[in-house]
Design a protein around this ligand. Structure first.
Ligand code: C2E
Ligand code: CA
Ligand code: CA
Length: 633
């Protein structure tokens, strides 16, 4: 039996090299000197030799043992006896293995019998840490080292074993390792789902791409976004939302190929990376399997939560080997999957690549148009039909593209957002609104208010109220004639931003401007939010208004909104009034202000001026008549 063999059951733990070396050096030095001194002498000679070594050996803190090649102990110092918890008389003449190991680590009798120190094994002189047991059965970590004393005892080799109880160090190292592990987790993993985070993902991504460069393999990216996740949060609370995220993470984990990595990017967004991808259909299979798995929903507090997801897939290629570009492609595919109605996946293929290029071109053109002030604005009147007068107008962006013709905001607002220019657009609209007001003043319409649409980006601007103040003061208009229309969803979707939308609205109102909630009634938390906001008014969404004549529910919702607004003393505008009948119903329901194609389309300023002059003769004033007549009577 060789030393290597007997060392097998040792558990060598992560004691840092420094600790081992520091504690071992002194001992090795002492043993080295003793060994050199003993070389060529008999045991008797050694024992009766200079007392210096005995003093050193007996007073060393480390255990020192003199052994034969078969491990039989010839002599040991006090420290060894203390470490092991037995006296010298016990040890001399015994092979220690049977007594120093805990039962589960102890070699068999045959192994002990067969054991011999082997100088060729390369094990001699090495420091090892192993788990040992004291006489009282308690376990501890023992650091040992063995060196040979050549040529002593009539040609038979002797061995000096030194040891030291390093339990404290081992435990400290273990605690440190645990703390490190926790730290590593906190830095690289998402606390809720246990998946990797963005940081870990990006590091992994770079490595995977580097490897892909050396091989014929590619890297696959699956970008996952849960559909309408906010609805779950809003309907059932955040604990339910968390349950869904955990469920989705588990399902993704199960589908991940062995070498892949799944990360949560934050919110309800995930990315799965598949390195060493040979065929793209591996990705589509993962996507399909995930959609299937998700269709089962998950159970939370005894209720079933249904959810779905949209996925965008992209594969690296010769010309696409940057993580940023790949994520960008997967992101575009995801966007397409969403616009296809969600609960589906799209792979970034040739047609999608073309659409992507097209969108990028649109973005570049739009950036240029914005820079050169090439966007124009149309104005749509807002009228008070109860009183038969014009209140104001909404400012709506129009883009006259040299090749594409008139591009609607529906097509470019998202692009403006993506390229970070939505705020510029809003500010252009605000300036256009004020310029239109100046022109209208000179044409005999001094009091119409102007509204413009303020996106989330615009509302994040700390200086918004100042900018508006400066613009209105410079044109010498009262501030209440400038209205910022804020989408209801902006407030619901961004509750915890630095500058909350609610704060911005309060600031605008305090400065004398007016804020109005746009597209009101389609957001699920609309009514609940209303009481907490200092908005001056709301604009009921056209999807509700359009149906008030044909759909009882829509009519009920509109009626409820109107009575709540009345109670809260806030103004209401109905938008999307497409015909006379809707207008009548609204007046009947006590909603006076309205806007819609039925009254007037958005139009360029000259057309608006002509329309305003003609309003008196407009058939719409008829609607005001019965009421006016009634009150007169
Ligand atoms: P919005 O703020 O809800 O504006 C009203 C939209 O409804 C306008 O579409 C208008 O043309 C349309 N509309 C008006 N009356 C009717 C009607 O009776 N029936 C129907 N079906 N539609 C009607 P537009 O001009 O295409 O604008 C679409 C959206 O683009 C706007 O919706 C607004 O959210 C956004 N938008 C437009 N200009 C700007 C801008 O300068 N900044 C920002 N942030 N968004 C803008
Ligand atoms: Ca609007
Ligand atoms: Ca609207």
């Amino acid at each position: 039996m060789r030393l290597a063999r007997i060392c097998m059951p040792y558990i060598v733990v992560g004691v840092s090299l420094e600790i081992v070396l520091a504690s071992g050096l002194l001992l090795v030095a002492v043993i080295g000197t003793v060994a050199a001194y003993m070389r060529g002498k008999s045991l008797h000679e050694i024992q009766s030799a200079s007392s210096t070594f005995e003093i050193v050996a007996q007073h060393a803190n480390d255990g020192i043992v003199l052994q034969q090649a078969d491990a039989t102990i010839l002599w040991c110092n006090d420290a060894y006896c203390q470490i092991m918890g037995r006296d010298p008389t016990f040890w001399v003449g015994k092979r220690p293995q049977k007594w120093v190991y805990p039962p589960d680590l102890c070699p068999s009798d045959e192994e002990i019998e067969a054991f011999r120190y082997d100088e060729n094994s390369g094990e001699l002189g090495l420091l090892r840490v192993q788990e040992n047991m004291r006489a009282d059965g308690s376990r501890f970590w023992n650091q040992t080292s063995v060196s040979a004393v050549p040529g002593v005892r009539d040609g038979e080799r002797l061995y000096v074993l030194s040891c030291r109880d390093v339990t404290k160090q081992v435990e400290r190292e273990a605690a440190l390792a645990l703390a490190n592990e926790k730290l590593e987790k906190a830095v690289n993993y998402d606390a809720l789902t246990g998946l990797a985070n963005r940081r870990k993902l990006m590091a992994f991504f770079e490595e995977a791409l580097l490897e892909a460069n050396h091989r014929a393999h590619e890297v696959g990216v699956v970008h996952i976004d849960l559909d309408k996740f906010k609805e779950i949060n809003d309907t059932h609370g955040h604990a339910a939302g968390d349950a869904v995220l955990i469920d989705a993470a588990q399902k993704l984990r199960r589908l991940k190929p062995i070498q892949g990595l799944t990360a949560r990017l934050g919110g309800d967004e995930f990315i799965m990376l598949v390195p060493n991808l040979v065929r793209a259909d591996v990705l589509t299979q993962i996507a399909q399997d995930f959609l299937n798995a998700v269709s089962d929903g998950c159970y939370w507090n005894g209720i079933r939560l249904n959810y779905s997801a949209s996925l965008g897939l992209a594969v690296s290629a010769e010309k696409c080997r940057s993580s940023e570009e790949l994520i960008n492609r997967a992101d575009f595919a995801l966007y397409e999957a969403k616009s296809k109605g969600r609960n589906t996946f799209m792979i970034y293929d040739a047609p999608l690549a073309r659409a992507h290029v097209e969108k990028k071109r649109l973005a570049a053109d739009l950036a240029q148009a914005l820079r050169h002030d090439e966007l124009s604005f149309h104005f749509q009147p807002i009228v008070n039909l109860k009183e038969g007068r014009i209140e104001g107008f909404e400012t709506l962006a129009r883009w006259h593209h040299p090749q594409r013709g008139l591009v609607n905001p529906g097509q470019f607002i998202d692009v403006a957002h993506d390229i970070g220019l939505l705020e510029d657009l809003d500010m252009s609209a605000m300036r256009a609104a004020i310029a239109a007001k100046q022109h209208l003043r000179s044409c005999g319409f001094p009091d119409l208010y102007a509204s413009f649409n303020a996106s989330f980006q615009t509302l994040q601007n700390e200086a918004l109220a100042d900018t508006m103040t400066w613009a209105m003061d410079a044109a010498d208009f009262p501030r209440h004639q400038l209205v910022a229309e804020v989408l209801e969803t902006v407030i619901i979707d961004n509750p915890s931003q630095d500058m909350t939308v609610a704060q911005q609205i309060a600031r605008l109102e305090a400065a004398g401007f007016r804020a109005r909630l746009d597209d009101f009634g389609v957001g699920y938390a609309g009514l609940a939010h209303l009481a907490q906001l200092s908005v001056h008014g709301i604009k009921i969404d056209r999807s509700l208004i359009r149906q008030i004549c044909s759909d009882v529910t829509s009519k009920r919702i509109v009626t409820a909104i109107l009575s709540l607004a009345n109670e809260l003393k806030i103004d209401v505008v109905a938008e999307g009034v497409e015909n006379l009948e809707i207008a009548r119903q609204l007046v009947e329901a006590n909603c006076a202000s309205m806007q819609g194609y039925g009254i007037a389309y958005p139009m360029p300023l000259p057309d608006l001026i002509a329309w305003l002059h003609d309003f008196e003769n407009n058939m719409w004033t008829d609607i005001a008549q019965p009421e006016a007549k009634q009150s007169a009577g």
